[in-house]
Ligand binder design. Structure first.
Ligand SMILES: *[C@@H]1O[C@H](CO)[C@@H](O)[C@H](O)[C@H]1NC(C)=O
Ligand SMILES: *[C@@H]1O[C@H](CO)[C@@H](O)[C@H](O)[C@H]1NC(C)=O
Ligand SMILES: *[C@@H]1O[C@H](CO)[C@@H](O)[C@H](O)[C@H]1NC(C)=O
Ligand SMILES: *[C@@H]1O[C@H](CO)[C@@H](O)[C@H](O)[C@H]1NC(C)=O
Ligand SMILES: *[C@@H]1O[C@H](CO)[C@@H](O)[C@H](O)[C@H]1NC(C)=O
Ligand SMILES: *[C@@H]1O[C@H](CO)[C@@H](O)[C@H](O)[C@H]1NC(C)=O
Ligand SMILES: *[C@@H]1O[C@H](CO)[C@@H](O)[C@H](O)[C@H]1NC(C)=O
Ligand SMILES: *[C@@H]1O[C@H](CO)[C@@H](O)[C@H](O)[C@H]1NC(C)=O
Ligand SMILES: *[C@@H]1O[C@H](CO)[C@@H](O)[C@H](O)[C@H]1NC(C)=O
Ligand SMILES: *[C@@H]1O[C@H](CO)[C@@H](O)[C@H](O)[C@H]1NC(C)=O
Ligand SMILES: *[C@@H]1O[C@H](CO)[C@@H](O)[C@H](O)[C@H]1NC(C)=O
Length: 283
């Protein structure tokens, strides 16, 4: 009876192995420095116990992340780079990979074998693709007013740090009462050669439109979701000072220091003395 039963089970298992060897692959996502899930999705329709199974995960280079041999963890075959970084979740047959690095992105496979008297029979296999993300910091605008007199040129840099993958685009949005314009420039990027995280920045010079209140936003467009990340706005306010012809016509740019670091960190007032400038009275 024992033999027949084992043979029956074995045949069933072989059929299962054939049925389940399709090229199914699961997508999985993890954040840098956090924990990622490498699922195996073993249905265990025959309610096999861990004592009867040999389970292991390997990466795309066939390095072993974890092995459970008849219920016992076998660290012997585990590659050093994965030692201490995994935990097996029995409830859903998922391997959790801790302290995920950018280098960990790639494909993984889990294998489940039935350990019978005749040796190992493969009964389940699953691939998963792990992608790794790191959130860029909120973009931050830094305004450098040109101190030269009679100049209303403002230099601006915007930066965002420690993200992954490389963002698609970083640009400036100038918003006035009745218009919104986008300004693009070359995005500078630097990548940390150990963590592989990116820092990105842009710099631009602007001639501030006269008699206009402007809000400047810096926007980071992320991959792969195309999500937009906005900086806090910089507000440039033109204060029209009713002046006499004799007064010195001068635009003055003042930098306002941030009151709170998480608030708009760069409001600027431009005091423009109205003189003979006709456009100044055109409202
Ligand atoms: C990784 O996470 C730990 C806490 O979980 C934190 O202390 C550490 O600063 C993080 N490292 C990086 C590079 O983000
Ligand atoms: C497995 O279960 C754990 C908690 O028990 C959960 O955090 C994780 O998301 C689950 N993974 C899958 C692939 O269902
Ligand atoms: C599966 O087997 C365990 C013992 O190995 C038993 O406790 C459990 O009730 C079984 N579950 C089902 C659904 O057969
Ligand atoms: C990253 O950003 C996403 C979307 O804003 C958020 O859901 C997630 O919790 C963030 N993760 C980390 C680690 O900051
Ligand atoms: C200030 O702007 C003037 C032009 O208006 C330019 O020639 C000069 O180089 C600028 N100076 C700085 C420090 O940006
Ligand atoms: C402003 O930008 C121009 C060119 O974009 C540069 O030559 C100049 O030095 C910058 N001025 C300041 C104050 O950063
Ligand atoms: C938009 O603003 C410009 C100047 O900033 C002005 O000339 C124009 O009339 C305005 N248009 C509308 C529809 O208000
Ligand atoms: C990225 O920015 C962070 C925070 O400002 C800084 O510590 C790090 O050195 C920068 N890395 C690179 C590669 O520029
Ligand atoms: C990373 O870059 C620094 C200089 O930016 C260099 O000294 C170091 O050797 C590099 N490390 C690796 C692993 O390439
Ligand atoms: C700019 O904003 C100030 C205060 O918000 C307002 O008094 C002024 O009329 C605005 N100027 C223009 C040209 O919209
Ligand atoms: C700019 O103007 C606003 C009111 O319009 C005022 O509250 C603020 O103090 C001014 N900032 C500077 C730097 O002058």
């Amino acid at each position: 009876m024992g033999l027949g039963c084992t043979m029956g089970l074995r045949n069933t298992l072989v059929v299962m192995a054939l049925l389940l060897s399709g090229a199914a692959s699961l997508e999985s996502q993890a954040f840098f420095n956090e924990t990622g899930d490498l699922p195996c999705h073993f249905p265990n329709s025959q309610n096999l116990s861990l004592d009867e199974l040999v389970i292991f995960w390997q990466d795309q280079n066939k390095l072993v992340l974890y092995e459970l041999y008849r219920g016992q963890e076998k660290p012997h075959n585990v590659h050093p780079k994965y030692i201490g970084r995994t935990s097996f979740d029995q409830d859903n047959w998922t391997l959790r990979l801790h302290n995920v690095q950018i280098k960990d992105k790639g494909s993984y496979q889990c294998f489940i074998h039935y350990k019978g008297p005749q040796g190992l029979v493969p009964i389940h296999q699953m691939s998963s693709d792990l992608s790794v993300l790191a959130n860029f910091s909120q973009p931050e605008i830094n305004l450098i007013p040109n101190q030269t007199e009679n100049s209303n040129i403002i230099n601006l840099t915007c930066s965002s740090t420690q993200g992954y993958p490389e963002p698609q685009r970083m640009y400036i949005l100038l918003k006035t009462k009745n218009s919104t314009t986008e300004h693009d420039t070359v995005m500078k990027k630097s990548q940390n050669n150990i963590t592989e995280l990116y820092n990105v920045s842009i710099s631009m010079s602007f001639s501030i439109p006269p008699e206009t209140n402007v809000s400047i936003f810096c926007i980071l467009q992320l991959e792969p979701t195309k999500t937009l990340r906005f900086s806090p706005p910089c507000n440039i306010e033109t204060i029209k000072v009713e002046g006499k012809e004799s007064e010195q016509t001068e635009k003055r740019v003042e930098l306002q220091e941030p009151e709170r670091s998480d608030e708009a960190q760069c409001d600027i007032n431009i005091s423009k003395t109205a003189s003979g400038d006709k456009s100044a009275t055109h409202f």
